[in-house]
Design a protein around this ligand. Structure first.
Ligand code: SF4
Length: 468
């Protein structure tokens, strides 16, 4: 996926003008937020569960190398082959080489954010191997000229049923249908033979379990099971941070994940894969490969932002973020949107290539409040903002304005005088309507709406008069 994170301001402005997108984003507020709140209330002791989730993830990260080695030993003992990929390119090379060695022409894929992160579809296509997305949302995006997902859990949240009806009619050459069930059936009829003919299935992994060497995926569509059991070869792609010590740890996190993501107590399918098919077993792949992807995670582990590695990719932070709710996922310009993306993207692609992302937040801490593993997202975004300032990554005008503000803030008398003059000037600018059409020096603040003019006196003046 092409990196366009530094275009967030222009892309966000375009998203705000997109009425269809705005209607789609309204569904997040209506569904995901309300459903999570209901699921949390029904569970009761959710805070204690969040604390347990945080502790499990911290325990895994504290000895990540040891848990990963244990995972490799257990998985290998059960017949799986574990590959280590330091970079995205290396991970792609491992999968492409496997496909080539086995004469694979088409790969059936279930949903995997890591495969988006490493650009697996492009790598497969360049090698002449057809990647076939089988998650309904990802399939829709793939046939729509490989459009990127706009949400990590609901990849087509930005599309309406009408959009999909038009797309299916154009791409499948079938009569137009608008009933979601009929559209799903149409996709299913096209995809079913692809599972049967694909020589390789690629999945992600929500967790990998050190004590059993298993990978675990949660899905709401049956495609995950078909991808991982029907093809001759199953490849599970996962970030190294996804390891948890025990199966019991994984089940604790499973109580948090769907409730936080979609408000479900549990997803339709929970699949645990341990080794390939054994003698006498009827289902499962003959070969099972697990690709453990680093791609910047070790660097994160050693730095100030390591808490982001606790992330279990539930999407709750973006569902509750006022910025994501207004602009949607495409505005963020890479694989991971919302508050978690504001931290992950600069960490993976370099802050200089995503310098405005940590600013795409009000720091209201809604994300921190709902995060099931208690990641202090606003603190991490603030650290990245500090780094951007320290490395002088922002334009000169922005740095100069902040330096001037800091200089004034250290001189209270001068600051007070400046504030009084500004309050009066803005009052005059607001006129009779008390609204400012275009704010001087900061027109972005009034680009989408009129700016309310202040009363004409500073807060301190108002406070003093109220005391009297
Ligand atoms: S940062 Fe927290 S809320 Fe956001 S996706 Fe990750 S686990 Fe979920």
């Amino acid at each position: 996926m092409q990196l366009r994170a530094n275009e967030i301001r222009a892309r966000a402005a375009a998203s705000l003008r997109d009425e269809k997108l705005q209607r789609g984003l309204g569904m997040i507020r209506l569904k995901a937020v309300v459903n999570r709140a209901r699921a949390v209330a029904e569970f009761g002791e959710f805070e204690a569960l969040r604390e347990a989730g945080r502790a499990i993830r911290d325990r895994a990260l504290a000895d990540l190398d040891l848990w990963l080695e244990r995972f490799e030993r257990e998985a290998t003992a059960r017949g799986a082959v574990v590959h280590w990929a330091e970079t995205a390119a290396e991970a792609c090379r491992i999968v492409v080489d496997l496909a080539r060695r086995n004469g694979i022409a088409a790969v059936a894929k279930s949903k995997s954010m890591v495969s988006e992160e490493i650009g697996l579809n492009d790598a497969l296509a360049e090698a002449g191997i057809e990647p076939v997305e089988t998650d309904l949302g990802e399939y829709i995006l793939q046939i729509n000229d490989a459009e990127p997902p706009s949400h990590i859990v609901m990849p087509v949240i930005h599309k309406t049923a009408d959009d999909i009806a038009d797309l299916f009619q154009a791409k499948h050459g079938t009569p137009r249908k608008t009933d979601p069930a009929a559209l799903t059936l149409e996709a299913r009829q096209i995809l079913r033979p692809r599972f049967l003919s694909a020589g390789m299935g690629v999945s992600g992994a929500n967790f990998i379990v050190a004590e059993t060497g298993s990978t675990l995926i949660v899905t709401n569509e049956g495609n995950g099971r078909l991808c991982t059991t029907l093809p001759r070869i199953h490849v599970a792609l996962t970030g190294i941070e996804k390891v948890v010590p025990t199966l019991e740890d994984a089940t604790t996190l499973l109580r948090l994940l769907p409730r936080s993501a979609t408000g479900q107590a549990i997803t339709n399918y929970v699949s645990v894969h341990t080794g390939p098919k054994e003698e006498g077993e009827s289902d499962g792949p003959r070969e099972f490969h697990i690709v453990l992807v680093d791609n910047g995670r070790s660097r994160l582990l050693a730095g100030e932002l390591r808490e982001i590695l606790r992330c279990i990719r539930c999407g709750a932070c973006m569902n509750h973020c006022p910025v994501y709710q207004a602009v949607g996922g495409h505005a963020y310009g890479w694989v991971y949107p919302g508050p978690m993306g504001n931290v992950l993207t600069p960490s993976y692609v370099g802050l200089e290539n995503a310098v405005y992302l940590p600013d795409a937040a009000t720091l209201c801490n809604q994300c921190g409040v709902v995060c099931p593993v208690k990641i202090p997202l606003p603190d991490l975004m603030r650290k990245l903002r500090e780094e951007a300032v320290a490395r002088r990554l922002k334009p000169f005008s922005e740095r100069a304005a902040l330096a001037l503000w800091a200089w004034l803030a250290r001189r209270p008398a001068l600051y007070g005088l400046g504030a009084r003059l500004a309050a009066r000037a803005l009052r005059r600018l607001g006129g009779e309507r008390r609204l400012i059409r275009r704010l001087p020096l900061a027109p972005g603040w009034s680009g989408g709406r009129d700016f309310p003019a202040p009363e004409g006196r500073t807060f301190r003046e108002l406070y003093k008069s109220s005391q009297r």
